[in-house]
Design a protein around this ligand. Structure first.
Ligand code: TYD
Ligand code: MG
Length: 457
């Protein structure tokens, strides 16, 4: 009999190595390499029944393929449709990743409610019993004879159920609990997770079933996360949210059928997730009154302008080395803005500890947020609040100049819609921004002018 072999793999990126290491050589993550015994070659072959039923070997001419039939369908959740690029695509495999407890099962069960009106839906859970599922579904107000549930973890049984029930939509909760008995490795290991995903992919393509797979993201590295599956599946969505906030953001990390720059915003309520159609309003709802160190900006999330609040705190550093920390804002970019503020703005921020935070769990990766960050920092340094009805949009260059941003008109409309009265924007030669009723647009060429406009200094 062939001997079992031990390999090591990274739970973040799936890279295999023959030896253990503290840091993954492929993705650079620390403490993510785990040991895994692989099945001997002869045994590792899949049982023939698992893969073959959906397999048909025949190449077809591209022109013969009929696309008249509507390929996309709506999931009943506008925010999810938006992230998927305008609805789910029939026969695709969508991976929904997120930390445990963020609300992945809730989201999937909720879409079942509207999907089962027109389609047959099979919800397979390896984490909850059918009774628990029923209780949860009742609480969410989801039900119907077209919604089938199954509490199962064996891949073969799931595939069998799928071929017997012939659902249009299959939901698997979660990929880490699913296992193929033909493999020796335990559920949640990289071999299992990959193998089960591959089998589900074949089911999706072969039978034109839309499959949603839930995958836990786990930092400890004991189970393989969705990262290792990203290359296999059609769409990867990440569901994010902070532990103490009810705001949840869904974003696409990969989408074979659409753009990946859209976000969906939800709020976790007592009766499940509710869609937030006006994210700007929600993100700004808890703004402090008259406090120094906060400024509002407008970023583009896909084609949608969203207002975000940037908070900064500068406090005198007690030791030689000033502390720097940023949450939701690129650390390197924050350090650069502090340096620009010191050299071009004339504020002695190098002697201060600096903290930056984006409210609501948003991540700002757009340079258009620079100016608001600079103003929040300056406001905290000077201990002077920025007027609550002032927003700022613009990129900051190394010489302290303000640079134009794209979609300015759209951003100004959103700022105006949310009731802001003043907006500081970069000055553009010979081209004034379009007027918006009730909004005073103040143009500034550098950060000095912008700070004067916002803080009157
Ligand atoms: P869940 O969907 O089980 O998370 P996941 O599948 O991602 O692990 O959501 C669990 C959390 O959501 C739990 O902490 C409770 C909360 N929750 C609500 O606040 N309201 C609800 O209606 C539901 C169903 C869950
Ligand atoms: Mg769950």
């Amino acid at each position: 009999m062939a001997k079992a072999r031990t390999i090591f793999y990274c739970t973040e990126c799936g890279n295999e190595t023959p030896k253990w290491a503290g840091k993954c050589l492929a993705c650079g993550a620390w403490n993510t390499i785990v040991e895994q015994e692989t099945a001997p070659k002869a045994k590792s072959g899949r049982s023939p029944g698992v893969r073959s039923p959906f397999h048909a070997v025949k190449a077809v001419s591209l022109s013969e393929i009929d696309t008249a039939e509507e390929l996309r369908f709506h999931t009943g959740m506008g925010e999810l449709d938006r992230v998927l690029g305008g609805g789910a695509v029939k026969g695709s495999l969508v991976l929904v990743g997120g930390a445990p407890g963020v609300g992945k099962s809730t989201l999937m069960l909720q879409i079942c409610g509207s999907l089962c009106g027109k389609n047959r839906v099979l919800y397979v859970s390896g984490e909850e019993s059918t009774r628990q599922l029923k209780l949860r579904a009742q609480r969410l107000g989801v039900g119907g004879s077209n919604l089938l549930v199954l509490s199962e973890t064996a891949l073969e049984d799931v595939l069998q159920a799928a071929s017997e029930e012939e659902p249009d939509i299959l939901i698997v909760d979660s990929i880490q609990t699913l296992y193929n008995g033909a493999l020796d490795s335990p559920p949640g290991s990289i071999g299992q997770v990959k193998d089960c995903t591959m089998a589900l992919m074949q089911l999706a393509k072969g039978r034109n079933v839309t499959v949603f797979v839930i995958g836990h993201v786990n930092k400890e590295g004991s189970i393989a996360g969705p990262k290792v599956l990203e290359h296999m599946v059609d769409c990867v969505l990440y569901f994010e949210g902070e532990q103490h906030s009810t705001c949840r953001i869904l974003r696409a990390a990969k989408n074979r059928f659409g753009a990946t720059n859209e976000i969906g915003v939800f709020e976790m309520m007592d009766v499940g997730l509710s869609e937030v159609e006006n994210p700007s309003q929600m993100l700004l709802s808890g703004r402090p009154d008259g406090a120094p160190g906060t400024c509002v900006t407008c970023v583009m999330e896909g084609v949608r302008p969203v207002l975000a609040e940037i908070q900064a705190l500068l406090a005198p550093a007690s030791y030689g080395n000033a502390r720097r920390s940023s949450n939701g804002f690129d650390f390197g970019r924050a350090a650069m803005l502090l340096a620009v503020l010191e050299k071009r703005g004339g504020l002695k921020v190098s002697a201060c500890d600096a903290y930056m935070n984006i409210i609501g769990g948003l991540t700002l990766d757009e340079p258009a947020a620079d100016l608001a960050a600079i103003l929040a920092l300056a406001s905290s340094y000077l201990d002077k609040p920025i007027p609550a009805d002032l927003a700022a949009i613009g990129e900051v260059g190394l010489t302290g100049e303000l640079r134009a941003v794209n979609n300015l008109d759209q951003r100004l409309s959103e700022v105006c819609r949310l009731g802001f009265k003043t907006c500081v924007v970069p000055r553009r030669k010979g081209k004034a921004p379009a007027p918006h009723e009730g909004l005073r647009v103040v143009e500034a060429s550098n950060i000095g002018e912008a700070i004067r406009a916002a803080l009157g200094k």
